[in-house]
Ligand binder design. Structure first.
Ligand code: SF4
Ligand code: SF4
Length: 268
């Protein structure tokens, strides 16, 4: 549901109000679920692949394409639309969205778009987040009378939970982008795997014994091995560490040389 027609250039904040309602009886029902690029976040992938009962690797292969960001060279994952004329979303039917409870963040936000930028304020670089209304002329939801604040809409649609889950991951993207440093292929592959393909990341951790290299307490270790959300959070920590954004992990003294050598030899 992010069929972007025209982007309203007005910045909205959490208290801003707008009128909108989407419901089954509306004349344009499901018209928006096609011919659009829906960017997926790591938590979107977790929710949808679990909904479908398939692995992250299978989901990515079957339902997504990769788009490389021109500047940062970050790999982004996009939901693959059908190939026929209207390029419909694979999850839409006459009855609506078949994965509604697990729909992606962008579908939850619609008719709002969300933007985050790094800006300088009083000698400090901070994140500035704002929202905007996506004006799609085919969407009749804007003519409805129900009024919302941006904050109410986020909570009603469950977008607040998704934002919280992806917070650390967005931080990586934000903090890497302004540096303008491109990702080489090795880092792109790691970024893709740790961001979106958690089942492959789990196998990678087992095959390389990476968890042994770091000082991680037993409770966290157990969580990483048994809880997918803990694994996802560790993946974000690991990416931050590898991309040198933060000392999110502490290398064990005895593994320092081995670990650094392995990464330097790959040009990292
Ligand atoms: S009201 Fe807008 S969001 Fe809802 S189904 Fe119609 S086009 Fe899609
Ligand atoms: S995931 Fe659901 S809400 Fe989003 S575009 Fe597809 S059918 Fe529509």
């Amino acid at each position: 549901m992010i069929n972007v027609g025209m982007v309203e250039p007005v910045r909205l904040n959490l208290k801003s109000k707008f009128k909108f309602m989407c419901h089954k009886g509306i004349g344009c029902f499901t018209r928006c679920c096609g011919s659009t690029d829906i960017l997926l976040t790591p938590y979107d992938v977790v929710r949808i692949k679990n909904r479908l009962g398939i692995s992250s690797s299978e989901f990515l292969k079957q339902y997504t394409t990769i788009q490389i960001d021109e500047n940062s060279k970050h790999p982004n994952v996009i939901l693959k639309m059908g190939q026929e004329g209207q390029r419909r979303c694979p999850f839409v039917t006459e009855e609506g969205c078949t994965i509604y409870e697990d729909r992606p963040t962008n579908c939850r936000y619609y008719p709002l778009g969300q933007a985050i930028m790094r800006v300088q304020k009083e000698n400090k670089i901070v994140n500035e987040e704002f929202y905007f209304l996506i004006k799609d002329e085919n969407c009749l939801g804007y003519s409805e009378d129900r009024e919302w604040t941006v904050e109410e809409w986020r909570i009603d649609q469950g977008a607040d939970i998704y934002d919280e889950m992806n917070k650390e991951w967005k931080e990586i993207q934000l903090r890497r982008d302004p540096q303008g440093e491109s990702m080489d292929e090795t880092k792109q592959k790691l970024f893709y795997m740790a961001s979106y393909d958690l089942d492959a990341f789990r196998k990678f951790l087992r095959a390389t014994n990476v968890l042994d290299f770091f000082e991680i307490d037993n409770r966290e270790l157990e969580d990483i091995q048994t809880d997918e959300i803990a694994l996802m959070r560790f993946a974000f920590k690991y990416l931050k560490y590898i991309f040198m954004l933060e000392e999110t992990l502490k290398l064990k003294e005895e593994y320092k040389e081995k670990f650094l050598k392995a990464y330097q030899s790959k040009g990292n």
